[in-house]
Design a protein around this ligand. Structure first.
Ligand SMILES: *[C@@H]1O[C@H](CO)[C@@H](O)[C@H](O)[C@H]1NC(C)=O
Ligand SMILES: *[C@@H]1O[C@H](CO)[C@@H](O)[C@H](O)[C@H]1NC(C)=O
Ligand SMILES: *[C@@H]1O[C@H](CO)[C@@H](O)[C@H](O)[C@H]1NC(C)=O
Ligand SMILES: *[C@@H]1O[C@H](CO)[C@@H](O)[C@H](O)[C@H]1NC(C)=O
Ligand SMILES: *[C@@H]1O[C@H](CO)[C@@H](O)[C@H](O)[C@H]1NC(C)=O
Ligand SMILES: *[C@@H]1O[C@H](CO)[C@@H](O)[C@H](O)[C@H]1NC(C)=O
Length: 635
């Protein structure tokens, strides 16, 4: 007991001493003196010596040190003509060092190896004569770094990738160096203060800086894009794709020569952009912005090649020339021709789809049909924006839809961790498809095939996975023989058997689409041409029915069938009713749409269906039977 009593006050005293007299350890002194040793002209640091500790509590005893709780937190060695070597290894021995400033001294040579200070938060090296290229990995691993000031040095080369990759950087000052090349895209969401003035940077300004003030880019002669009023010139490699395509479709020899000249000039200019400066480029851009718009009154009478006709008023206008100069990429090629994504200078991405089998219809008729398409809009139809007419080929231009086609989501390769479309999303998509289809039926009451080509690759998904139908209402302008070879409607039973299509033919395509979405199986026979494909499709549908009996019909990617199994089965039934072989007995569109509308994400009676689905044998209790559909393949 007695020994315990003597121990307590001593321990308390010890703790007290630690708190009151918290001061730099001897090792901090040692490290700082080592660091000083490598400096030349360190006369300003004359009170740095081992007789005092650098810090006592929050108070510095040495010049240029910042202290916190008895430990060295920062170095602020500014305006004192320091030179020599910055010994990073010594600084790396200081565990609490978070900020260093050597601003306005006489340091020269390569940037010190900053990433040896992994926990550093602020770095100030401005107003020295540091120079040369900064290695790409100079800032690698510096997760805490928030402020980087390198202004008014002699740095050259590219802005290092590791700097752009800093996760937390909020202040970046690089002005007054000779940085060149493109500005990398910055990863940090916290960027607040940025200054890149007076370098030799060029190329497009990345998105991460497009919100900054214009002035931070002053004095760089080759930059373009937002926030500058300078449109970016097209990239050389991509440029050629669309240009070549359009050249191939024969814009004409004259146009060809003109394009060649334009290319030649623009290439020449691009090489010289740094000398041209921003103003001349801006002027060039403005000219482009004022593409002539034909007024609706007379442009259908004008007989002129090379004109893009807009069927909507709410879109930015451009001309064929702009398309030619846009950077383009091939999206794919379908049965009608290829599609290209073209990114215009002014920003929007458009899809240009090329059709080669529309030559049987006269020009007036074609224009008329396009104009009609332009009049309508519905949230589930991809609007036609513009078209380009030549006798042999047509280009239809619409918006670019971010998320690609339903087909690519159902059947495309997914990256690891990327989930498939879940049931609620699929249900939403099929409801949207039904609405879009119903709208087409309303606006084209006199057409037998208001859509004509409904399939999963013609259902695009926007960023919220809302579906947009495309390639619709083209039957009146597509050459008949080609349509009958390739379009989905002509693979229907009624066409293969009786050479006719009916108002219920699109319903059949809808049914196939529903089955495809539920099973995740691609109706590969769509790819076959002509009539032979038809019996295979029937076999495909039949295989779905067979699997329905075994309960393995649903695509595993839809996720748990727990809460929606009953509703999925209802949709399966709807799909089958739409695929009814005999078109007289097939549902009409309004009935299908009505039934689809009634579906819910979750079963009203969850338990019922989940236990039901978990049973392997579905014969006994399944709600639908073969007889319900009179599903006869060999009829
Ligand atoms: C100050 O340092 C002492 C030890 O050196 C430590 O026990 C204490 O928690 C520190 N206080 C603060 C506020 O960091
Ligand atoms: C260095 O000089 C600048 C400009 O005169 C001044 O703003 C800054 O506070 C000075 N730094 C120190 C540590 O005195
Ligand atoms: C640099 O330091 C000098 C004194 O050494 C001072 O006169 C000058 O204003 C400083 N310049 C900057 C930009 O801080
Ligand atoms: C050395 O530093 C002192 C004070 O910081 C300065 O006055 C002097 O000009 C410097 N000498 C050289 C050669 O840079
Ligand atoms: C610092 O000085 C020591 C001894 O003078 C030398 O061995 C070391 O290489 C120097 N460090 C740097 C970074 O120049
Ligand atoms: C730019 O600013 C707008 C509005 O101030 C904001 O909505 C947008 O998210 C910002 N973009 C970036 C990349 O910071």
């Amino acid at each position: 007991m007695a020994s315990n009593k003597t121990h307590w006050p001593f321990a308390a005293l010890l703790v007290m001493l630690m708190c009151v007299a918290a001061s730099s350890s001897a090792s901090e002194t040692e490290s700082l003196l080592k660091f000083k040793n490598n400096l030349s002209n360190s006369t300003a640091l004359n009170n740095w010596d081992a007789s005092t500790l650098p810090c006592t509590g929050d108070n510095p005893n040495w010049v240029g040190v910042l202290c916190s709780n008895g430990s060295l937190r920062g170095l602020q060695l500014e305006n004192i003509s320091l030179a020599g070597q910055i010994d990073m290894d010594s600084l790396a021995e200081l565990p609490n060092l978070r900020t260093i400033s050597f601003m306005n001294n006489s340091f020269e040579g390569a940037i010190p190896e900053i990433n040896k200070l992994g926990a550093l938060k602020s770095l100030y090296l401005s107003y020295n004569r540091f120079g040369g290229d900064i290695p790409d990995d100079a800032f690698k691993g510096m997760k805490a770094l928030k402020k980087v000031y390198l202004a008014k040095n002699e740095f050259t080369g590219k802005i290092p990738k590791s700097l752009a990759g800093l996760p937390k950087i909020s202040e970046l000052s690089l002005e007054g160096n000779q940085f060149e090349g493109r500005i990398p895209n910055f990863r940090s969401k916290d960027l607040q203060v940025v200054n890149l003035e007076g370098n030799d940077l060029e190329g497009p300004i990345p998105d991460s800086l497009s919100n900054m003030s214009e002035s931070i880019f002053d004095g760089n002669k080759g930059l373009c894009g937002k926030p500058l009023p300078v449109l970016c010139p097209p990239s050389k490699k991509k440029l050629s794709v669309l240009a070549i395509v359009l050249i191939v479709i024969g814009v004409g020899v004259v146009a060809l020569v003109a394009i060649g000249v334009a290319l030649f000039i623009s290439r020449g200019r691009r090489n010289k952009t740094s000398k041209f400066g921003r103003q001349s480029l801006a002027a060039k851009g403005h000219k482009k912005g004022t593409a002539e718009v034909p007024s609706p009154d007379h442009h259908y009478k004008k007989n002129e090649n090379g004109k893009v006709y807009f069927v909507r008023n709410d879109r930015e206008r451009f001309e064929l020339q702009d398309l030619l100069r846009a950077s383009a990429e091939i999206l794919g090629s379908g049965s009608f021709g290829s599609s290209y994504k073209a990114v215009l200078f002014s920003g929007p991405a458009m899809v240009v789809k090329r059709y080669r089998h529309m030559s049987n219809v006269g020009k007036e008729e074609f224009h008329e049909h396009m104009r009609r398409l332009g009049k309508f809009s519905h949230p589930n139809l991809l609007p036609l924006v513009a078209f380009y007419y030549r006798k042999e080929e047509k280009l239809l231009i619409s918006d670019f839809i971010e998320n690609g086609s339903l087909a690519s989501h159902l059947h495309g390769k997914r990256g690891p961790g990327q989930p498939g479309l879940d049931w609620p999303t699929r249900l939403r998509i099929i409801k949207g498809v039904a609405k879009g289809l119903a709208y087409l039926y309303r606006i084209f009451p006199n057409q037998t095939l208001p859509h004509g080509h409904l399939k999963s690759s013609n259902v695009l998904l926007d960023h919220t996975f809302e579906p947009l139908l495309t390639d619709y209402a083209l039957v009146p302008v597509i050459n008949k023989d080609h349509a009958q070879q390739f379009m989905v409607a002509y693979k229907s039973p009624e066409f293969t058997q009786y050479d006719r299509t009916t108002k219920k033919t699109d319903v059949w395509s809808l049914g196939i689409l529903i089955l495809e979405m539920l099973t995740g199986k691609f109706p590969a026979n769509y790819l076959k041409q002509g009539k032979g494909a038809n019996s295979d499709l029937a076999a495909w549908v039949n295989s779905v029915v067979r699997e329905e009996w075994t309960g393995e019909v649903f695509d595993k990617d839809m996720g748990g069938t727990k809460n929606g199994a009953g509703e999925m089965l209802k949709l399966l039934k709807i799909g089958m009713c739409c695929c009814e072989w005999n078109s007289d007995r097939r549902w009409d569109l309004s009935e299908a749409v009505e039934k689809i509308e009634e579906l819910n994400e979750k079963d009203s009676d969850i338990e019922d269906y989940s236990s039901y689905l978990s049973e392997g044998d579905m014969y006994s209790s399944r709600p639908i039977s073969e007889d319900d559909f009179s599903f006869s393949v060999n009829k």
